[in-house]
Structure formats: C-alpha cells, structure tokens
Design a binder for this molecule. Sequence first.
Ligand SMILES: NC(=O)c1ccc[n+]([C@@H]2O[C@H](COP(=O)([O-])OP(=O)(O)OC[C@H]3O[C@@H](n4cnc5c(N)ncnc54)[C@H](OP(=O)(O)O)[C@@H]3O)[C@@H](O)[C@H]2O)c1
Length: 337
Amino acid sequence: MTSIKSKEIRLKKRPEGLPGNDDFELAEVVVPPVNDGQVLIQNMYMSVDPYMRGRMVDRKSYIPPFQIGMPLEGGSVGRVIESKNSGFTAGDHVMSMQGWREYFVSDGVGLNKIDTGLLPAQAYLGVAGLTGMTAYVGLLHIGELQEGQNVFVSSAAGAVGSVVCQIAKLKGCYVVGSAGSEKKTAWLVDEAGIDAAFNYKKTDDVIAEVGRKFPEGIDVYFENVGGVHLEAALEHMKPGGHIVMCGMISMYNAVAPVPGPVRLPYVIMKSLTMRGFVVSDHFDKLGAFISDMGGWIAEGKIKWKETVVEGIENAPDAFIGLFEGENFGKMIVKIAD
Ligand SMILES: NC(=O)c1ccc[n+]([C@@H]2O[C@H](COP(=O)([O-])OP(=O)(O)OC[C@H]3O[C@@H](n4cnc5c(N)ncnc54)[C@H](OP(=O)(O)O)[C@@H]3O)[C@@H](O)[C@H]2O)c1
C-alpha cells in the first residue's frame, strides 16, 4: 500500500485557564507500514471530553498527563483499512483510545470491535460508550439510586447528565436538571421527559431555585459542575442522601485554588454520603451496562443528542467549546465518513 499521511493534533503548550487554539498544533506524519500482527485504522469520529483538560496539567493523577509535542489521546471509532492481524478484517469498526489523529497502526491491543449495524459508530463514544457507562455506574452504583427518589442533575443536557436524567426517570424518580440554555432545558423536559429543568445562567439565585424545585429535598445529587450547584445541593439534600461526585467542570480552568463549598458541614449534619468515582475503575459493571443500556435503546427509552464538529483541524475548538456550553449532548469530532 502506498504511504498514507495522517494529520494529528499535538499539545503545543500547557494551557493557563481556558485553553486557546495556540495551545494546540496540527501536524502531519507518514503512517508506518503495517507489519505482521498489525492493523491500519482510519478514525471516523473522536471524542473530546472535559477530563482531557486535567491531562493537560503536568501532575500525578489517575491517568498520566499529555506530553508537550506529542499527539493527544482519547476515545475514537474508526474502520480497519488493512489487517495483518487474524483478529481483524478490513472493514471492521473498532473503538480505541487513539483519537486526535486520522490514521494509526495498532497491534490490536486496546481495540474493541463495535457493531455499527446496531447503532451509528459515533454512539459508541456517547450513550453506548464510556459516557453512558459513567451515567449508569455513577447513578445506580455510586449514588445507590432507589426507585421513586428525588434526583438533581447538573450539566443535565450534557453527554453524561442527559443519560443520568433518563435512567433516573426509568427508575420512577422525580428528576430536575440544570443546564445553560433555554433550548437545553426545553429538550430535557419535552424530549428527555424529566420533571423540570432550569437555566442556571438566567437564574439569579440557584440555591433558592433548587429549593423551589425540591420542596421535600434531594435524595441523590449527580455532580458534574461544582461551584454554586454543589452549594445548592448541599443546602437541599435530605438527611442520608447521596452526592455522586462525577465531575466539577466549573473548576477545570481555574488558575488559582477554588474555595471549597461553605456548606460542606451538611455532609456531617445530614449524614450524607459524598462519593467520587472514575468510570474506568468500574469495568466489572460493563456487562450489566451493555445489557441494560442495549435494552433501553432498543425499546426507545433513552434519547441522546450529539454536537458534531467537522474536521480534525477543528478538534481543539470542539474541546474548548465544552467549557462554553457549545455542546448539546455528546461533543464529537467527525474525522472521516
Ligand atoms: N468520573 C468519571 O469517570 C467521569 C467520566 C466522564 C465525565 N466525567 C465528568 O462529568 C462531567 C460531564 O462530562 P460530559 O462529558 O458529559 O460533558 P458535557 O456535560 O457533555 O459537557 C460539558 C458541559 O458542562 C457545562 N459547563 C461548562 N462549564 C460550566 C460551568 N462553569 N458551570 C456549569 N456548567 C458548565 C456546559 O453545559 P451548560 O450549557 O449546561 O453550561 C457544557 O456543555 C464533567 O465534569 C466530566 O469531567 C467524569
């Protein structure tokens, strides 16, 4: 096969505050030949996710930091173009963590085949992938959700939040979501079927608004953003309630330490359980997730939205857009048809 050139996005420098386009660089490399045991993959879609901001910081964490001058990494789905590995055939669709590039050669480790006859390829980056699993594990296992409880979800129209909301409804819960636009709150109520939603950007007093939405208190708060949303939840949690610490996106671009919630003593006074998690520590739940989510999707019980940005060169913009609420549902970059 003639040599193929592949565009990739590299980290140029570590962002200060909100990342900018000048923190990234577009490069082109020649893809190496495919040796015995290897496969050549062309990426079709890649995921941009808030956690990637943490990997741009040079610090010890649950996942190593990105390196300056090296291509970024993340979830992607692509097709096998050439295979010299008996486990794969040209035309197979696979998921990998080799996003932010057009092509790559792999020995097959870390590639998972996906069935694009069942769902569109990009859904495996969202509702049917780690995003959906984050919602599932977080709500049902970390949050120990019970039927009929009162559930509050922040970033409710985002990739994880929108799935959390719908799983909670499937469990017969009263669900209220917060999101950053009227379009998002309308979708949550009219399409996703939750009980109420409010636009936190147009709400003078988020803490009072959450109180109005939960006159009897919150049993489970699914935390995606931090800041005033966490304060509001702590204020209105029922005794014995659960706070699922999934993410705190409002802090990810902070250039100085952000003060902790002043209402943290409520964790003691109300005997709350506040528990964080990283989805990759819960792969023992993968089978249950695939079975439950597959069933719900097949029955039309879960809806999802995607915001698709075209072209690998626009991947940094897609990533930056996460911090400005530009995505509705899962933010995805389309790399090739
Ligand atoms: N623990 C885990 O294993 C795990 C796995 C995946 C994701 N997460 C976390 O889960 C959260 C959601 O992730 P996602 O992939 O589903 O992203 P997402 O919600 O689809 O996208 C991010 C959204 O956050 C909202 N946002 C941005 N800045 C905000 C701010 N300052 N205050 C309030 N809202 C803000 C925006 O929506 P609005 O228009 O509503 O403002 C934006 O669309 C993130 O915190 C992420 O780090 C954790």
